[in-house]
Structures are given as structure tokens and as C-alpha cells.
Design a protein around this ligand. Structure first.
Ligand code: COA
Length: 571
């Protein structure tokens, strides 16, 4: 018995590969050539075989590690006479299993460029032949990835083949329209066999000569160039191009940016080709949850599309389904409350379920931070109270709210980074050149947020009248949809009720919301003595993706300054 290193063998030209599954554990007995781990190249996944029979001592890599030829992945105690005491150079380098079986397609040199077959008008027809199998014969087709009439790009997967150890796709050497398909699922194919006809439009087609320096889409697939044709990494919801082509590997969480990918149950097997896995990663679909309709329950693209469609429909129906949402958040299991006492169940109103969904959506999507500040509104309150007789004459009640609206409009103009929306899909910031402010209104049937338009252009009396009218309409359920749309920012005032501070939830896609609590007399040090001042607690929650903490402090300071001396609102 001697300890032998297990190193990464020749990877058929691939530089660095990712470990996607570890197939053995310390103590496992393996035969020579038994698979140790599965790695993923840019075209296929392959299993790295054991260099000898023996017992696994340790595996030093983990799933997600990047490894290259010659790297140490573990050791085994070998009973083979030929094994060394850890000297890697004396151990025969095993070939990766998939290479002796199905090698990754080397589309740079192995894709044959067939001679044009037929020409008609502006198009010509090419026979696409099987390529990239490195001479291995009789590999069964397990999936046709295209149908007649499909438009495909260079490198699009045409068919998926599978040996007993690996799955791989045969990429298209051209951009064009799929004509007659000359094979079917289950057929066994070999290098050079006719696969399908492709109709190529002449003006966009590359005849296969080497003059195609203009990087035209129909240029034959070139694995070295393939990366150039991919969208920028920042645009990609899933990991960089590396389709998983494992033979029955477990799915793994994809790095999907904002989408949380639920880790499938341990031991669950997924039977799907690389294109399907890539599609699932792009759409954030957990393949472990998708039912396969192909042969041997293989998951095909239509299954993924169907699954995503069903998920979207479920979400649109407003269902916040615990444990079943795409957020991947474990659901809350309710106990049987009746075991603790008498209970009564009542259906949620539509408004309650919509509000719940909106709150949940905002809470999950927006990284919230809340900034607190106290504004000295002693002088503002004196002025407001002095307006009471005039208000009675006008029939308009002047509450603190119109002053807050004016102050917020001025602060939004001063710090326009608060008057934006984030378009994360397009990686753009939408700057709004108007100032519409929503006011949260507490009504018997739930929270409503009517919107006051162009607050910056209105006076205090106009704002007082309009906010009272909209609040009344809200309470009477008379608001029109247009009266609840278009806000840049929201004020939620609990000042008439009580409390010292709270953390409101941003009304996304707005990026900030001002919570106002009850003003209270407090002793404020003026440099010589404590003075009784009426202090208004402000709580500004903001989307930390759009706004930084310093700007939030500037915003609440500006509000305190503006409300502390309302003459500045005129400036
Ligand atoms: N501190 C102390 N008193 C305050 C105050 C504050 N921050 N804000 C209002 N008040 C006083 C008002 O001056 C008024 O007193 P008065 O009658 O003696 O003048 C009293 O509280 C009631 O004011 P209100 O009728 O609430 O008017 P408003 O213009 O301040 O507020 C609404 C209007 C629509 C915002 C308010 O009625 C409302 O619905 N608030 C609840 C919003 C909510 O539920 N938010 C939670 C979202 S999660």
C-alpha cells in the first residue's frame, strides 16, 4: 500500500475548469478509472478518473474550485505496484474519462466547413456534419435542440449527445435557418455524419473563407472567438458561459445576481443537457423542481419555459406562497392555532393582499437603511397656528403636512439623487424632472397612497386643500388609479397618532420615503441654556443602491434646516 497523488490529467486543451461535483469521499474504495470528480469545461463536463485502484485518503478541492492540468485534487492509498509515494511524475497520467469517451467539441479546428451544396437566390443550403467527437463513433443523440425553421446563431447547440460518461452539445458552425433535420433522437452518430441542412442568407453568410475578419455572425464556430460573441458579463444574469454538461450531475446554485437560487434537495438528480442547464441558469429556474418530459425524464427546454411560465402566473395571481416563491426564502409553517384557543378565519381583502405583496417585494428587493433626525419646528408651529383664522375663512385646515411636502420638494430639488428610479435590467438610473409626492393615508380598508403632483410649484394653501381632498377620497375609496401613480417620493406621517421613530419601507421604484413621528417638546441646548423646543422626529428610509449614507444625512439635515426656518422654503 502506498499513498498516491490524484492530479488533474490532460484536459484536452481547456485551461481552467470548474469542479461541479465531487463523486467520492475519504475512505471510499475506488477502482482504477472510477470517476473522482466532475469538472466543467466551456463545452462539456467530464469526469476525472482515479489513476489507480485503492482507498481515497482525502480530496482537497471543493465544488466551485477552479483547477487546471497537473493540480493536486487529492490522494489515495493505492495497492498498485506502479504507484509512487506521492511523486506525481511517476504516476501514469490518466486520460479524463470523457475524453476517451466523448471529448469536448474543439470547434476551433474540428468543425468542418462543408462545401456549399445548393444555392437559391440570396440563400444557400449547407449540410452540417457531426464534428468535434475526435473520431469516436456511435454516440447516441439524446436531444434535438433545434427544430426545422428555427433561426440559430453560430455556436448555438444543434443536438446533444451522451455517452455513458459525459454529455455534450454539437454547436452550429453557421448562423442561419434550420432546414431538414437528417437525424432523430436515439440515432447513433459519428464524426462526419450528416446532421442537418442549414439555409444561410448570402449577404450575412460567411462562405467559410478566411476573409471573415469582420466578425460576422455566420462565421464558423471558433471556440477562441466564442467569448467575444457573448454579452458583457455585467449583462448576464447567470454565470459566465460554461454550460454544465454533466452526466446526471446535481444542480448547483447559480450566481444569478439578484435572484436567489434555491439549493435542491441533497441527492436529487437532474437529467438535462448543457443548453437546458444554461437556459435554466439564465431564467433562475431550479432544475431540481422541473419535471422532465423527454426520454428517461430528461428535462428539455420546453419544460424549463413551462416551469418559469407557471411560476410567473403564480406570482401574478398575487400569491405570496410560503416556500414556493422564486425568492428561495423558506416559508413560515403555521401551527394549528385552535389548539391554543378559539380562532376565526377571514379572507384577506384584495387591498390587503396587494399591499402585502408590494411590501414584500420592496423589502426583498431594496437594501433599506433608515436615517433619523429631529427638526426644530417651534417657529413653524407658531406660524401654522397663526394661520388658523385664515384657514377657517378659507375652509382649509393647515396641518403640518403641507409644510413637510414643501420641505421635501425643496430637499429633492437640492439633492436630485433622491429623485430617481433604478432600472437594474438596463443598468440605468432614471432621473425624474418633476416632483410628485405620495402621502400615505390610513383608511378603514387599508393603507392608500394618493399622489400630489408638482409639489414644488404649489403654495401651502393649495397643498393643504389638495392633501385633505385626496385623503378624504382615499377614505371613501374614491381615488382614481391615476391619482395613485407617478410619485417620486412618499411621506408617511404618524405624527397625528404617536411614536418617536419608525423605519418605513420604501415604496419601490421610488428610492426614499420620509416617516414622520409625533412632535414633542424637548430641552435643546442653545449654547447657554436648555430651551424648550418643539422637535419633530424624522425617519428617512432609502434604497442604499441609489443613495449613499452621506447623502441621506444631507437630506435629513436639509429637511431640518428647511422646517427649522420656513423662510428658507421661499429661497
Ligand atoms: N406631530 C404632532 N402633531 C401632529 C403631527 C406631528 N408630526 N402631524 C399632525 N399632527 C396633528 C395635526 O396638527 C392635527 O392636530 P390639530 O387638529 O390639533 O391641528 C392632528 O395631528 C391630526 O392631523 P391629521 O388629520 O392626521 O392631518 P395631517 O395632515 O397631519 O395628516 C394624513 C394627514 C393623511 C397623513 C393622516 O391623516 C394619516 O392618514 N396618517 C397616517 C398615515 C399612515 O398610516 N402611515 C403609515 C404607513 S405604514
Amino acid at each position: 500500500m502506498s499513498e498516491q497523488e490524484i492530479r488533474v490529467p490532460d484536459l484536452g486543451g481547456a485551461d481552467e475548469v470548474e469542479v461541479i461535483e465531487i463523486l467520492v469521499s475519504a475512505g471510499d474504495s475506488v477502482a482504477e478509472e472510477d470517476p473522482i470528480l466532475t469538472v466543467e469545461t466551456d463545452k462539456a463536463s467530464v469526469e476525472l478518473p482515479s489513476p489507480a485502484a485503492g482507498k481515497i485518503v482525502k480530496i482537497i478541492v471543493k465544488v466551485g474550485d477552479k483547477i487546471k492540468e497537473g493540480d493536486l485534487v487529492g490522494t489515495l492509498s493505492s495497492n498498485s505496484a506502479s504507484s509512487s509515494d506521492g511523486a506525481s511524475d511517476s504516476a501514469p497520467e490518466p486520460e479524463p474519462k470523457a475524453q476517451s469517451d466523448v471529448a469536448p467539441a474543439k470547434s476551433d479546428d474540428s468543425v468542418s466547413k462543408p462545401a456549399p451544396q445548393k444555392k437559391s437566390g440570396g440563400t444557400r443550403t449547407e449540410i452540417v456534419k457531426v464534428s468535434g467527437l475526435d473520431g469516436f463513433d456511435d454516440i447516441p443523440i439524446i436531444e434535438l435542440n433545434v427544430s426545422e425553421g428555427d433561426d440559430v446563431d453560430v455556436e448555438s447547440a444543434l443536438v446533444t449527445v451522451e455517452s455513458d460518461k459525459a454529455t455534450m452539445e454539437i454547436p452550429s458552425p453557421f448562423a442561419g435557418k434550420i432546414g431538414k433535420i437528417l437525424v432523430k433522437e436515439g440515432d447513433k452518430i459519428s464524426e462526419g455524419d450528416d446532421l442537418l441542412e442549414m439555409i444561410i442568407t448570402e449577404d450575412s453568410a460567411d462562405d467559410g473563407d478566411d476573409s471573415a475578419d469582420d466578425a460576422d455572425n455566420s462565421a464558423p464556430a471558433d471556440s477562441n472567438d466564442a467569448g467575444k460573441k457573448q454579452p458583457a458579463e455585467s449583462e448576464q444574469p447567470a454565470k459566465p458561459e460554461s454550460p454544465v454538461a454533466a452526466s446526471d450531475t446535481k444542480t448547483k446554485p447559480a450566481d444569478t445576481g439578484s435572484v436567489t437560487y434555491e439549493v435542491p434537495a441533497a441527492g436529487s438528480k437532474v437529467h438535462a443537457g448543457p443548453a437546458v442547464r444554461k437556459l435554466a441558469r439564465e431564467l433562475g429556474a431550479d432544475l431540481a423542481r422541473v419535471k422532465g418530459s423527454g426520454p428517461k425524464s430528461r428535462i428539455v427546454k420546453d419544460d424549463v419555459h413551462g416551469y418559469v411560465k407557471a411560476q410567473l402566473q403564480q406570482a401574478q395571481q398575487g400569491a405570496v406562497v410560503p416556500g414556493a416563491g422564486s425568492s428561495g426564502i423558506p416559508g413560515v409553517k403555521l401551527p394549528d392555532f385552535s389548539q391554543f384557543g378559539e380562532v376565526e378565519r377571514e379572507g384577506m381583502s384584495r387591498m390587503m393582499s396587494v399591499t402585502a405583496l408590494n411590501m414584500h417585494r420592496s423589502w426583498l428587493n431594496v437594501p433599506h437603511v433608515t436615517q433619523f433626525e429631529d427638526a426644530d419646528i417651534s417657529d413653524m408651529e407658531d406660524f401654522r397656528k397663526s394661520l388658523k383664522p385664515l384657514g377657517e375663512k378659507k375652509g382649509v385646515k393647515m396641518t403640518p403636512l403641507p409644510f413637510m411636502l414643501k420641505a421635501c420638494a425643496a430637499a429633492l430639488a437640492e439633492l436630485p439623487q433622491f429623485n430617481v428610479a433604478l432600472d437594474m435590467d438596463r443598468k440605468e438610473v432614471v432621473h425624474k424632472r418633476y416632483i410628485h409626492i405620495g402621502i400615505a393615508v390610513d383608511t378603514p380598508h387599508g393603507l392608500m397612497v394618493p399622489v400630489i403632483r408638482n409639489v414644488d410649484q404649489k403654495g401651502l394653501w393649495e397643498l393643504a386643500a389638495e392633501s385633505a381632498e385626496l385623503a378624504q377620497k382615499a377614505r371613501e375609496k374614491k381615488l382614481k388609479p391615476a391619482e395613485m401613480q407617478g410619485a417620486c417620493f412618499t411621506i408617511t406621517s404618524l405624527g397625528g397618532i404617536g411614536g418617536t421613530a419608525f423605519t418605513p419601507i420604501v415604496n419601490t421604484p421610488e428610492v426614499a420615503i420620509l416617516g414622520v413621528s409625533k412632535a414633542a417638546m424637548k430641552p435643546v441646548w442653545d449654547g447657554k441654556a436648555f430651551q424648550p423646543r418643539l422637535m419633530l422626529p424624522l425617519s428617512l428610509s432609502y434604497d442604499h443602491r441609489a443613495v449613499n449614507g452621506a447623502d441621506a444625512a444631507r437630506f435629513t439635515s436639509a429637511l431640518a434646516r428647511l422646517m427649522g426656518d420656513i423662510r428658507t422654503l421661499l429661497l
